[in-house]
Ligand binder design. Sequence first.
Ligand SMILES: NC(=O)c1ccc[n+]([C@@H]2O[C@H](COP(=O)([O-])OP(=O)(O)OC[C@H]3O[C@@H](n4cnc5c(N)ncnc54)[C@H](O)[C@@H]3O)[C@@H](O)[C@H]2O)c1
Length: 483
Amino acid sequence: MQINRRKFIKAAGVATVSAMLPAKGLSGGMPAENQPSGKSLKKIYREAYKKHPQKFNMCGYAAPKLETVRVGFVGVGNRGSAAVERISRIEGVQIVAICDELTGHAEKAKARIQTPGHPALVYSGKEDSWMEMCRREDIDLVYVATPWEWHAPVGIYSMRQGKHVALEIPAATTVEDCWRLVETSEETKKHCVILENCCYDFFELLTLNLARHGFFGEIVHAEGGYIHEIGESLFFRGKPGRSWRLNENMRRNGNLYPTHGLGPVAQIMNINRGNRMEYMVSMSSDDFLMNQYAKELSRKEDYFRQFEGASFRGNMNSSIIKTIQGQTILIQHDITTPRPYSRLHAISGTKATAQKYPLPPRLSVAEDHKEWLSEEKFREIEQQYNPPIIRKMQAIAQEIGGHGGMDFLMDWRLMDCLRNGLPVDMDVYDAASWSVIGPLSEWSVANRSAPIDIPDFTNGAWKENQPLDISLKDGGTTGVVTL
Ligand SMILES: NC(=O)c1ccc[n+]([C@@H]2O[C@H](COP(=O)([O-])OP(=O)(O)OC[C@H]3O[C@@H](n4cnc5c(N)ncnc54)[C@H](O)[C@@H]3O)[C@@H](O)[C@H]2O)c1
């Protein structure tokens, strides 16, 4: 049976079909049915204010220990196949299934397994091959790296089949799907982890530990972003399955990729654990670049003519969030302006400041705040405050790699939590509240930057939930397979 995302939601009976669902494939320009319509924007607004009583609190929840974590992958293109390779290096993990709509991608990913003992069965050929895989009883974790529109459907179905899920970013693209992930995780008591690798970058973890030790005093403001010029490659059609990203940039206008910047600062500000994001405003520039690329490309190749005159997302989006504790968070998103890469990662407190970009990262303290601390002083602080996970894993994470090591650190920590029966670092409330900034920014941009409330996915439990513990207490026991 072939089933697309639209049919899946109907079949699963979870809700009415969202007007925000992406159309399959690309047509010339921004198709009328995909333009943010009054109807879809009303829906974002309505969903943002809907109440959903909590069924069970997944924050701090420790699922039963798994001596071996049996993993099935869904979506093994660029990102998923690299995850297969990294995860095959973690002890106590077995890759039992690999699914991709494209058989070639699934087979290539299987070939990237580095170590023996992984009976990876390939599921492929159909858009819904993943359903068959998820019904297997010998899978503990489904690891999803498909295009965005599939993250929530695969995640929901997998949890209903008794599996933990790890979803690439963003975990969902609609407010409804964010709620569905929360409700399903609470009902099934299965973890729904967002794979926000930037939370495991070394400076981000250092600043998290500094915040835990009161280094910043009271945090007043933080900044995060995804500013990464990918330019013409957005139009690249040579690689099957890649054009989904262009489609997202043609039908939605807002911050489509908020979690790289938001995840690390949300952890530092204890969002969903003693603090919460209350409301936000969002503003997008016009498009100065994507239409221009389309024009230039169409001069070289007829195929690109269809994009001439199309509507594209405004190039730079800036969203500002107010927390219930009175702090502000700036989150930016820009993949087209020609400028150096930046995730901002700035923390501004009453006693100290941190700023990662432009590299190298810097710290300043209130007593001497006109200058950044010297490199020597920075290294001293780093020595003193690097958290246990960095002390233990930095060298091997850098060797195995993935964005300088943070990808491997994230995978290793997830497996270590599952194997030791520990709560996960990034639970379903983080997945939902970090991802929901996407659709809410679309609503605000379409409404002249009007404010919109951010749903409390914890239903008030944020007041009691404990801050994230990165001390590796009871954990850090999982080994790495040397080659
Ligand atoms: N965290 C990061 O640093 C990071 C970096 C890159 C990408 N990503 C995320 O990873 C995900 C994948 O991105 P990518 O660059 O690898 O894209 P990609 O297009 O290279 O890979 C997506 C894969 O999913 C497959 N697929 C599509 N629909 C499917 C279905 N219904 N069932 C099974 N397989 C299906 C495609 O065939 C393709 O192989 C995205 O969510 C993206 O945001 C995260």
